[in-house]
Design a protein around this ligand. Sequence first.
Ligand SMILES: NC(=O)c1ccc[n+]([C@@H]2O[C@H](COP(=O)([O-])OP(=O)(O)OC[C@H]3O[C@@H](n4cnc5c(N)ncnc54)[C@H](O)[C@@H]3O)[C@@H](O)[C@H]2O)c1
Length: 239
Amino acid sequence: MKIAIVGYGKMGHEIEKHCRRLNYDIVAVIDNEDDWKTKSDTLMQAKVAIEFTAPHIVVSNLKRLLDLKIPVVTGTTGWKEKLDEIRNYCQKSNGTLFYASNFSIGVNLFFAMNRYLAKLMAGYPDYKIDVEEIHHTQKLDTPSGTAISMVDDIISENKNYKGWKLVADKPGEDEIPVEARRIEGVTGTHSLSYTSGIDTISLRHEAFNRDGFAMGALMAAEWVRDKKGVFTMNDLLNI
Ligand SMILES: NC(=O)c1ccc[n+]([C@@H]2O[C@H](COP(=O)([O-])OP(=O)(O)OC[C@H]3O[C@@H](n4cnc5c(N)ncnc54)[C@H](O)[C@@H]3O)[C@@H](O)[C@H]2O)c1
């Protein structure tokens, strides 16, 4: 498979490592504005582009790739408010977009458990929810896209909660408190707990390294490259 890597930071390097292992052909690596100009010919050979950059640039990167008719898999987080705009852009241009706030298979199983638990717990308002995420100190967005996916799923199952807020911003009774911590070297840890005066029920996922994200993104690339439309991990994993 001919791949373009867009964003050659921590995740771009992981994608490269796994492309080599799987004998995928990396036809272009785009890591800044100059690369978009100087590498446009080789970029056009890509059957799929994998984009891991930053919240301020992701939307224009996705539009550029959709304009070039290159199917794109993106894992960049922190731009959820623009997702509808990009979804429409993709559909209007008859393009291909795969987006996941977290490509790890384990996290997506954890999401499914979170949805199931949220459904069960909706009838037990005595249990109060706490969500926590911990990441390395270079992470730009707070809270993580994964934590936002978790609380969105809980809110859609549990009508006792209307929204979420960072603990520092003093959430109200009907808002899920989210604690976001930054600790050097932590790849990504997410947990949630339901606590009553009697007991606590907890779910926790800890990523040991970035392999799971890169492997999931490449699995998505293989799966999506001949499809049209907008897809997520739920489509890929059928959960
Ligand atoms: N979805 C997931 O599973 C998952 C997993 C890990 C990280 N992430 C997210 O992926 C994103 C990238 O993470 P990272 O740790 O690799 O960040 P990083 O800062 O290490 O790398 C980002 C790279 O983007 C490059 N870049 C900047 N402007 C660009 C442009 N115009 N065109 C192309 N490249 C450009 C930078 O030079 C940099 O090398 C973040 O939003 C992070 O939260 C998602």
